[in-house]
Design a protein around this ligand. Structure first.
Ligand code: GLN
Length: 524
């Protein structure tokens, strides 16, 4: 197994995740077995308890881990499922160290960051050897120089030393362009590399994030002062979309240089890359079209598109699959003029969420969609809001609500008995479960009647009201295999009116658009 560490310089949000996902994809497309490990230096055990304001969407893996959104990029770029072990946090590391200490496994030793924490990180990295991959790409979150990232960088330093030619470092750094003087500045990157060198790590490859593609003079300077061979300096300039990044890096020969470094053959850039390029070209074409269907994602984190990243991605995948141009806007469910804003849209998506902020607006948006037959897709909390809206305005329970928000209500959405809310971390119904489809329309959409979908919830459809809902036309479309949990609902006389208790957005891929999103886009 060859290991490539990816570090970040100057500042965060440079797109290390996309760079790593792109490199992983370029290697995979050449026939290598590749996987990715995201290391997050924060002390949260996982991303599950973090507000989207901090780190964007919480991505849920098939096996039920609540992870950093970069895992979503990796899955979409690699077109494969990853698992909880692909995201390591300081919280997880310390949790395990303290558990070992309590069991007396350190035999009287003083337990320390060096060597114990660092050793455990190394153990986790080396454990991927057993999976038989050719390449492990390890993304170290944060920026070089962060105090909390030090144990991960120290683990990287030791592994680089132990593995010599079988390990490398790819440093992603920022090269700002000064508009006033019209020049690229390499100094911040030089400083970040100096910091890295001070930790004993010499970058093997340098990917410079920049506004434009810069010339050789800048590349020369970066190579000289950052201690990297010129041929190993690459420019990740701003691209019209993230899908172009693999092409930008391939054109500059990143994957080939990586393979050359490790003494591996270049192989054929296979079909996967070709299909990816086609996808990107089609997407660009659709973007140029003028008559786009307008989709509103109505949620509470609208100033932060990353909060609903997989949802907007899934819509793009479906739009390309259907060759139908769409434009996606994030609309705040707390806007006073919500109804009039929504009248400009051809379709509405209500994403998942927690807590009652913004819920009334989502319910209003659903009523608007139902009364005006605007295609509507409700995801998780979105489905629960459909139930509340329908109970209030069709069944006549003005006090209908979810017990997540108030106990004083007609509880059409209620807590699932086995999922307690008294502790928060990892205590929901998480990950993929089999779902039995009972409705013909949904069966047609999925071309089947047994599917696996990812979940992340603690509340759900209250079965006590099932007869009432169904008598008024809101049908149960899918259930859990034991039939206790309603997984999907549908209003069949509408253009498209579907709510699902699960999160199809996590399973959608550029080259494998999710059928539910495809059908939603088709009906716009
Ligand atoms: N808060 C709701 C629940 O726990 C919905 C969760 C979600 O949308 N992911 O059931």
């Amino acid at each position: 197994m060859k290991i490539i560490f990816c570090t970040g310089g100057v500042m965060s949000s440079l797109g290390k995740g996309i760079t790593i996902a792109s490199l992983a994809m370029l290697l995979k497309s050449r026939g290598y077995r590749v996987t990715v490990l995201k290391c997050d230096p924060y002390l949260n055990v996982d991303a599950g308890t973090m507000s989207p304001y901090q780190h964007g969407e919480v991505f849920v893996t098939f096996d039920g881990a609540e992870t950093d959104l970069d895992l979503g990029h990796y899955e979409r770029f690699l077109n494969e499922n990853l698992s909880g072990v692909n995201n390591l946090t300081s919280g997880k590391v310390y949790w395990e160290i303290i558990a070992r200490e309590r069991r007396g496994e350190y035999l009287g030793a003083t337990v320390q960051v060096v060597p114990h924490v660092v050793d455990l990180i190394k153990e986790k990295i080396y454990s991927f050897e057993a999976t038989g991959v050719d390449f492990l790409l390890v993304e170290i979150g944060g920026t070089v120089g962060d105090i909390e990232g030090l144990p991960f960088l120290e683990a990287a330093r030791q592994i680089l030393n132990e593995r010599e030619k079988d390990a490398a470092t790819l440093h992603v750094s920022y090269v700002p362009f000064l508009e006033t003087s019209g020049e690229f500045k390499t100094k911040p990157t030089q400083h970040s590399v100096k910091e890295l060198l001070g930790l004993g790590i010499k970058p093997t490859f340098l990917v410079a994030r920049a506004k434009y593609r810069f010339d050789d003079v800048v590349a020369d300077k970066l190579a000289k002062f950052c201690n990297v061979k010129k041929e190993r300096v690459f420019i990740a300039y701003d691209a019209p979309s993230i899908y172009e990044v693999p092409m930008i890096l391939e054109e500059q020969g990143l994957a080939k240089k990586v393979l050359e470094y490790f003494g591996e053959g270049f192989g054929e850039l296979g079909n996967y890359f070709k299909k990816w390029r086609e996808f990107t070209l089609q997407y660009n074409e659709l973007k140029r079209e003028e008559n786009k269907k307008r989709v509103a994602i109505v949620g509470k984190y609208v100033d932060l598109p990353d909060a609903y990243l997989s949802v907007s991605e899934a819509l793009i995948h479906a739009s390309v699959a259907e060759k139908k141009p769409i434009n996606v806007d994030f609309i705040s469910s707390e806007r006073e003029d919500l109804k009039s804003v929504l009248s400009k849209y051809d379709g509405i998506v209500i994403p998942g969420g927690f807590g009652d902020r913004g819920v009334e607006g989502k319910i209003m948006a659903i009523r608007f969609a139902r009364e005006n037959d605007v295609p509507l897709l409700g995801l998780c909390l979105g489905m629960q809001c459909i139930l509340i809206e329908f109970a209030r305005n069709v069944l006549g329970y003005s006090n209908a609500n979810s017990t997540e928000f108030t106990k004083e209500c007609v509880p059409v959405v209620d807590r699932l008995v086995e999922y307690d809310a008294s502790t928060k971390g990892g205590t929901m119904r998480l990950g993929a479960f089999p779902v039995k489809i009972v409705d013909d329309y949904l069966k047609r959409i999925y071309s089947g009647d047994l599917i696996y979908e990812r979940h992340r919830h603690r509340y759900g459809y209250n079965n006590i009201f099932r007869d009432e809902f169904e008598r008024k036309g809101l049908l149960v479309a899918a259930v859990s295999v034991d039939e206790r949990i309603v997984e999907a609902i549908v209003l069949p006389d509408k253009r498209f009116f579907v709510g699902v208790q699960y999160h199809p957005e996590f399973a959608s891929r550029p080259l494998e658009a999710h059928p539910l999103f495809v059908e939603f886009v088709r009906r716009l």
